[in-house]
Design a protein. Structure first.
Lengths: 255, 270
């Protein structure tokens, strides 16, 4: 039984198809990397997973539920930039992850104390306890993205969507963030979709790598056809295929 | 070295800042000296010392008939009208601006209307206001409100629209309702802009206030200036002008301090 199912999804802007016939089934706990050239609709696909945009045809379901019509707490998201609230301190940003769902957006009394305790744990885990009372603008890019991920996870989403989360970071920080994300994933077993420009990153972090491209191409009118998933690589075991073939076919083994 | 890269030092900077003020004072003194030497009874450019004496008299001595100090009475009346008008305008523009910025339905129905409204010259409406609201306080406050609300509303609505889409989407994925997004995401981020808007529109607010007081009033700073104009009492007029300028400057300074204290996150990145 697949967890996220995308069935025959089409999307077009003003009559121009962007995506066509996108079908994909994703298991719970999988890390899906999405790559492709600029303008091939991978960010559009992520926005549809987020339900920020609705597909013009087809449906995206999480755990067999009804297709969402607007972003909701089932989906957590981290963008390349602007994912945290600049007017809240680091700690308040984490509290917002739990408090925004209340009627007035604030937690009170016991609920607030419990959330504060959890926020302290998260702060330690994302390594930001020394800057808990600072505002995001004074943090480095990597710290801001760690905060954004911590904040998204505080709301306990079922699917985490990352839109080029490390695109604006320098190479060193990017490597640190890979380690951080891998650890976090090992703890939470969260289902993750990540759009990336960086093929190496996509194969390093992902269990599967989906490639978006246009299967049909009209040289006279490049916008005529939309893109779809053209490759679906198995990237587990460091991207090397057949590493577990003996589990499935023990008879191939020696002796 | 290019001119654009030359910077004055600390002392020179202070001297340069004071220079225009000093020049104006010197220019005025010379002009006043020339006129007074030709005609000691000249009223047009009273000597600085005369203005000083008049100011002292206006600030401390009561009216001969009632014993009230008119300058303070005028100040209280004018400031009440000004702050009342600006306060109402700020409240209105905040609510309407947020609605236009956040709600597509409100945007479709109100943004064109506000844009047209902001083109109506407020002073042309003054006669209508006097007819409808009478010559009392209401018409003066309404003039200030009509004069500055549309501009503030448009700017605040644009500021709400300028909040990155990512933040609004993120708030939704954290389960925030429209109300929570308005109160916890949009409102705190445009409050600094509201204060900046108030600072910008105070100039217009003073203009509308003084115009309304000049046309019909029995107390107020603008009323007094236009009253003593008949007696060519330049010393009184100049004292009032300097006093109004000082009040405007102090209000502006207070708002700037408030903005700095209340929104530390604005300067976190500096």
């Amino acid at each position: 039984m697949s967890f996220v199912s995308v069935t025959d999804v089409w999307q077009s802007y003003g009559g121009r198809p962007i995506l066509e016939r996108v079908n994909v089934e994703v298991e719970e706990g999988a890390f899906i990397s999405i790559v492709g050239a600029s303008g091939c609709g991978k960010s559009t696909f992520l926005r549809m997973l987020l339900a920020e945009e609705l597909p013009s045809r087809g449906a995206i379901r999480i755990d067999g539920g009804a297709p969402a019509v607007e972003p909701n707490p089932e989906r957590g998201v981290v963008f390349q930039r602007y994912s945290v609230f600049p007017h809240l301190t680091v700690r308040e940003n984490l509290l917002a992850g739990e408090g925004f769902r209340t009627a007035l957006g604030r937690l009170g009394g016991g609920a607030r104390r419990e959330a504060l305790a959890r926020a302290e744990e998260t702060l330690a885990r994302i390594g930001l306890n020394h800057v808990a009372d600072q505002y995001p603008a004074s943090l480095s890019g990597g710290m801001q993205q760690r905060l954004a991920i911590g904040q998204a996870l505080a709301a306990k989403p079922r699917v985490l969507l990352l839109d080029e989360p490390f695109g604006a970071l320098d190479p060193g920080t990017r490597l640190q963030m890979h380690g951080f994300l891998t650890e976090l994933r090992a703890e939470t077993r969260m289902t993750v979709f990540m759009v990336s420009h960086d093929l190496e990153e996509a194969f390093k972090l992902g269990d599967r790598v989906l490639v978006f491209d246009k299967p049909r191409w009209d040289p006279d009118d490049p916008g005529l056809y939309g893109a779809t998933i053209t490759y679906d690589f198995d990237a587990s075991d460091g991207g090397m295929p057949f590493q577990r073939i003996l589990d499935r076919y023990p008879s191939l083994g020696p002796g | 070295m290019r001119l654009i890269n030359r910077k004055p030092g600390r002392t020179l900077g202070a001297a340069l800042a004071a220079l225009p003020f000093v020049l104006v004072l010197i220019g005025y003194s010379i002009g006043s000296e020339i006129r007074l030497s030709a005609n000691p009874a000249d009223k047009l450019l009273p000597a600085l010392s005369t203005i000083g004496e008049t100011a002292q008299r206006l600030f401390t001595q009561g009216d001969r008939r009632t014993g009230e100090i008119l300058l303070w009475k005028d100040t209280v009346a004018s400031l009440t009208r000004l702050l009342g008008g600006v306060g109402i305008a700020a409240g209105l523009s905040l609510v309407i601006g947020m609605a236009i910025g956040l709600l597509p339905y409100a945007r479709r129905s109100l943004s064109g209307f506000v844009a047209v409204l902001s083109m109506v010259p407020p002073l042309a409406l003054l006669p209508i206001l006097f007819i409808v609201f009478g010559l009392g306080e209401v018409s003066k406050i309404v003039l200030i409100v009509i004069g500055i609300t549309p501009f503030m509303t448009r700017d605040l609505a644009q500021r709400v629209l300028d909040i990155p889409r990512e933040q609004i989407v993120k708030a939704q994925t954290l389960g925030a309702s429209s109300l929570v997004i308005a109160l916890r995401v949009a409102l705190p981020q445009i409050l600094p802009r509201l204060i900046a808007n108030i600072r910008l529109s105070l100039g217009s607010a003073w203009l509308f206030l003084i115009a309304a007081e000049a046309v019909a009033s029995d107390v107020g700073l603008g009323y007094r200036i236009f009253l003593v104009r008949r007696y060519l009492a330049m010393d009184v007029i100049l004292t009032y002008v300097i006093w109004i300028t000082l009040l405007a400057f102090v209000i502006d300074w207070l708002l700037r301090q408030l903005s700095r204290r209340a929104f530390p996150w604005m300067e976190a990145g500096l």
